[in-house]
Design a protein around this ligand. Structure first.
Ligand code: FAD
Length: 487
């Protein structure tokens, strides 16, 4: 029988790789984790979720201070933001979380961590630090990087991406954001709130193009009111370095050529898989420009080599990477055939207001040719939203023709947190009548979840048929007041 150095080898110490490593080692597998950076944690911890959410919180505090009068407080004259201090806060949050993702902690779990860049020499072995190491199973969890689109002049122009934006030496006076996906839009609002003049250039006709237009437009309206300038349906003609500033030439939706100038250009035009140097082609692992192709059990075209996380190009979220890591552990270590099911994969864009979703939105349901009904409640009718002074947004619940929920989208204050109730409802197949009749504390934002379920049920409960039945059995006398009756 062939023997290998390890039961499982993992390439990449981000959300996906760390999930596999801790699960495999704790189940007793001899586990190797290889990371090319000098620290574990991946993009999410160092240049993704954690720094972005920390920056967003700081920007929100700044926004609240600037708008103190909206809360009945005296107006404040704020001095300019010192980005070095903001950067310091970001670093300290990362450092606190880093402890959970330290080499020592994984070593205690039984994982051998090696820092280096491996390349496959055959389908069970990689070259690493001048030697060769083998494993029965491998997992490629090398994540993704910002895509550099083929824009004229981009290579020669100093631009920033998510790798640099959180460690800038000072707050840029102005910034052009190329792209309008979640990362672009979150950063546009955060920097604008801190005092940067921000413009967003987007090729398609809406921001957050995977979202329903009404929800995405709701966010755009808020950002535009805060001062972010949007150029939709605009094509980027070229980029130039002007020394102190950079220039982005665009063609607007009206066909007019225009030059935008700013201190910084943030490129956020999609992601590409980290595959360089792994020699996947040499060992017959199939991939395309989006990422490594896998089946539902996260197996690549070489069945003992798995892929998980951003590198598959599917759902590029930390929680998706962790979920897929768990699928790998089930299949590769426990040998329980388990398939990934993305039906109720939630997501959230952390603008203010947030936009969170689970299951299908109207766009996805339309593309799938499904018949559906939409039930809506607005935050203006939620008492807590009014008290918070943040009543923008709505919840949309989609039911299929069998009246089963197929998706929920929430645009509003703390939408990501509110969505968690739907994570339980949809995964637990909880009846809408249970949600609608469960007592929610007052006044909470979460009451909107109960109300939207009620919006579906109330026409059934308060129907003519029910009214007639009650009248017949209990001799109810009907309306005591109607249109035209004065109070
Ligand atoms: C600005 C920003 C904000 C984000 N915000 C959120 C959010 O709020 N919520 C959310 O769910 N997701 C968010 N994401 C996405 C999230 O960061 C990713 O989905 C997640 O990090 C994917 O995890 P992963 O393990 O697949 O990849 P990563 O976390 O990127 O880990 C991959 C690891 O592999 C290493 N690696 C790469 N190549 C090699 C190699 N050849 N050899 C060895 N190691 C290698 C990398 O150094 C890295 O450590 C955000 C992303 C960005 C950029």
């Amino acid at each position: 029988m062939t023997t290998y150095d390890y039961d499982i080898g993992i390439i990449g110490g981000g959300a996906a790789g760390l999930t596999v490593a801790s699960g495999a080692a704790q189940l007793g597998a001899r586990t190797l984790l290889i990371e090319k950076e000098p620290v574990l944690g991946g993009d999410c911890l160092h240049v993704g979720c954690v720094p972005s959410k920390t920056l967003i919180r700081t920007a929100r505090a700044c926004h609240t201070m600037k708008n103190a009068q909206d809360f009945g407080l005296p107006a404040l004259d704020l001095p300019p933001v010192d980005f070095a201090k903001v950067r310091e806060r970001i670093r300290s949050v990362i450092a606190a979380i880093q402890k959970h993702d330290s080499e020592e902690r994984f070593c205690r779990l039984g994982v051998r961590v090696v820092f280096g860049e491996p390349a496959f020499v055959d389908e069970h072995s990689v070259r690493l630090e001048g030697g060769t190491v083998s494993a029965k199973n491998w997992v490629v969890a090398s994540g993704s990087s910002p895509q550099r689109p083929p824009v004229e002049g981009l290579e020669k122009t100093p631009c920033i991406t998510n790798r640099e934006v959180f460690s800038l030496a000072r707050l840029p006076a102005s910034m052009i954001v190329l792209g309008a996906g979640p990362i672009a839009v979150e950063m546009a609002q955060a920097f604008s709130r801190l005092g940067t003049k921000v413009s967003v250039v987007q090729r398609s006709g809406q921001i957050l193009s995977k979202e329903d237009k009404d929800m995405a437009d709701g966010i755009m309206k808020v950002l535009a009111a805060e001062g972010v300038v949007f150029h939709l349906e605009a094509s980027v003609l070229g980029v130039k370095d002007l020394g102190q500033e950079r220039e982005v030439r665009i063609r607007t939706r009206e066909g007019v050529a225009m030059a935008l100038k700013a201190e910084q250009i943030l490129v956020a035009m999609g992601r590409e898989p980290n595959l360089k140097g792994l020699n996947l082609e040499g060992i017959g692992v199939s991939f395309d420009r989006r990422g490594i192709q896998t089946d539902a059990r996260m197996r690549t075209s070489r069945k003992h080599i798995y892929a998980a996380g951003d590198v598959t190009g599917a759902f590029q979220f930390t929680h998706a990477a962790g979920y897929e890591g768990g699928i790998v552990v089930s299949n590769a270590i426990v040998h329980l055939p388990r398939k990934a099911d993305y039906t109720f994969m939630p997501w959230c864009t952390y603008t203010d207001p947030e936009l969170a979703g689970i299951g299908m939105n109207e766009k996805a349901a339309g593309e799938a040719g499904l018949e559906y009904d939409v039930f809506t409640e607005v935050f203006e009718d939620n008492d807590r939203s009014r008290a918070e002074g943040e009543a923008v947004g709505k919840i949309k619940m989609l039911l299929d023709r069998h009246e089963k929920p197929i998706g929920v989208q929430i645009l509003g204050l703390r939408a990501g947190e509110l969505l968690n109730e739907w994570v339980a409802v949809l995964n637990g197949k909880v009846k809408l009548s249970t949600l609608a009749s469960a007592v929610h504390p007052y006044p909470t934002l979460g009451e909107i979840n109960k109300r939207v379920a009620g919006a579906y049920l109330s026409p059934k409960i308060f129907s003519d048929k029910v009214r007639k039945g009650l009248k017949f059995f209990f001799n109810l006398k009907g309306r005591a007041c109607g249109p035209g009756d004065g109070a």
